[in-house]
Design a protein around this ligand. Structure first.
Ligand code: ZN
Length: 539
């Protein structure tokens, strides 16, 4: 059925959907709210009110019953492979050994022969203190090597195939600072402690792309259900291959922007890959560099020493000069940079590198690429306005603030006030792109919104005003960090993010309006449906 042309294109109503009776937050400043959306294929055709019912009377109607619609959210920084592997591990945190074995048996039934089966969380004290054995595992998973880490991470329980692949026999000596538990005739029993766990860990191969693709298929629905319709992934080659496998099969129900690890920059540049290559489902993102370490191990590069460690200012992995040199190679090939920087010394070095890179881009008539700083955890006040000046995206992960609060106070002292400072960045005019850094934090973006708005943990700590409450964002600003910021960082702001005519129809339906609920309730909001490119991918 062909209706009258709109914008000169004939409309075919049978592939059109009309969502109506909804409270739609469009994130389009020209029209912030609406009650109906017309969707043609993958794209939004019209956004408006009840008049759309008459205008598109042949379209398939869906009454949303007054529920709330938001654009789909994007996680601008996560590790999809790591998150997938972690979430697919067999959960061994149960009361009995039999329960672990039955979970393992279930997993072994759907595994390919030879595939490593991994689990985590057992504790022999829950079943009386006896160490388990390889034979227990052999009985249910004879064709797959099995590696189950204990809850404490100080021991692992493995089967005979895993022992033989690691070359551990009766004659293998215990390593320094570790033990191979033994049975009759010194034969390894199947439990390794402390440093001995490495004997097996080091022989576990990286997952095959096809296997990771299968695991991604089991994990992605969980992301859709949290309200994510896109991710910017910072894992490596295998993850990219797995995403491509799904994409080629038409099974990638998620928009993915794939970063390139620094060690592959020469190959990427040599091949002529450019940031943005790909399509709306899978595209090349920035080259990922590390300028320093992390706060936990006090390796983030600080201008002043860590509290109680006067000799320790962390580790600066890349100087400004090196960042510029990599940037020159990347930008000259059309590849943008995303640089991990935790400490204020690292941030300063990255900014100095970007300062030179912007000059280089200008000198050579190159486009100003969408470069980003990842984490941006502590920024010296003198540098706070520099991201905006240089047009560098602040890629931050709000849930880190409540998670790291005590650690930051302990190791940074008063500098904690300059940390996780998204309001400061926004006020200076920088663009925020929010993510989770999953599996470090949950990828649930509503938890990120909650942290950005309240500066509190899920338990409410440290109190009603939150931690350094001057850094709180409005609900609108926090969602923009998960909607508009990632779309801009991906160079897709002309078709992704807002719910506007011509934009991709990526949206979520929620029962509670985040703009009307108590801030404390933001973290618990769960979408009841998720649409990706005009198709309900979770309901
Ligand atoms: Zn990360």
């Amino acid at each position: 059925m062909i209706a009258e042309a709109r914008h000169g294109v004939p409309l075919c109503f049978h592939r059109m959907k009309l969502l109506f009776n909804a409270r739609i937050h469009t994130f389009d400043r020209a029209r912030p709210s609406a009650s109906a959306l017309a969707i043609d294929g993958e794209h939004l055709l019209a956004v408006g009110g009840d008049e759309l019912l008459a205008e598109f009377d042949g379209a398939g109607r869906e009454d949303l019953g007054g529920r709330v619609v938001l654009p789909g959210l994007t996680d601008a920084h996560l590790h999809l492979q790591e998150y997938t592997l972690q979430s697919q591990r067999i959960d061994c945190e149960v009361d009995s050994k039999d329960e672990i074995l039955s979970r393992l048996a279930e997993r072994a039934r759907r595994a390919r022969p030879g595939e490593w089966l991994r689990g985590h969380g057992w504790n022999q004290n829950t079943w009386g203190g006896d160490w388990p054995s390889a034979a227990d595992l052999d009985a249910v998973a004879p064709h797959n090597p099995v590696y189950l880490s204990s809850k404490s991470l100080h021991a692992c329980w493995v089967n005979s195939l895993a022992l033989s692949q690691a070359g551990i026999t009766a004659s293998t000596p215990d390593p320094a600072a570790g033990r191979i538990l033994r049975g009759p005739g010194e034969a390894p029993r199947g439990v390794l402690t402390e440093s001995a766990v490495k004997l097996v860990e080091q022989v576990i191969p990286e997952i095959e792309p096809a296997d990771l693709a299968e695991q991604l298929k089991r994990v992605i629905p969980g992301l859709l259900r949290m309200g994510l319709t896109g991710v910017h992934d910072f894992d490596k080659r295998t993850c990219f291959q797995a995403l491509q496998i799904l994409h080629q099969r038409g099974e990638l129900d998620l928009r993915a922007v794939k970063s390139i690890p620094l060690d592959l920059l020469p190959q990427a540049a040599g091949l002529g890959l450019r940031t943005g290559f790909g399509d709306d489902h899978l595209r090349i993102g920035p080259v990922k560099l590390f300028a320093d370490g992390a706060l936990g191990p006090r390796t983030g590069a600080m201008l002043e020493a860590y509290v109680d460690e006067p000799q320790n200012r962390g580790i600066l992995v890349l100087e400004a000069e090196q960042i510029f040199e990599y940037g020159r190679l990347a930008a000259g090939s059309g590849l943008s940079l995303a640089v991990h920087a935790i400490g204020d010394r690292a941030v300063r070095a990255v900014l100095a590198g970007f300062d030179r890179l912007r000059a280089f881009e200008q000198e050579h008539g190159l486009p100003r690429l969408r470069h980003r700083i990842e984490h941006l955890q502590t920024v010296h006040p003198d540098d706070a306005g520099r991201l905006a000046e240089l047009d560098i995206i602040a890629s931050m992960q709000p849930a880190h603030a409540p998670s790291d609060r005590l650690m930051a106070e302990r190791w940074l002292g008063g500098r904690a006030a300059l940390s996780y400072a998204w309001r400061t960045q926004l006020d200076h005019g920088a663009r925020l792109a929010f993510g989770s850094d999953a599996p470090v934090e949950s990828p649930n973006p509503f938890r990120g919104v909650h942290a950005a708005v309240t500066r509190r943990g899920l338990d409410g700590a440290p109190g009603p005003q939150g931690w350094y409450p001057e850094q709180r964002l409005t609900v609108q600003e926090a969602f923009e960090g998960f909607i508009l910021g990632p779309a801009y960082a991906a160079g897709m702001e002309d078709r992704l993010g807002r719910l506007s005519p011509g934009f991709l129809a990526d949206l979520i339906v929620v029962d509670h309006d985040p703009f009307a609920c108590e801030p404390a309730d933001l973290a618990g909001i769960q979408p009841s449906a998720t649409m990706l490119g005009g198709r309900w991918v979770w309901q």
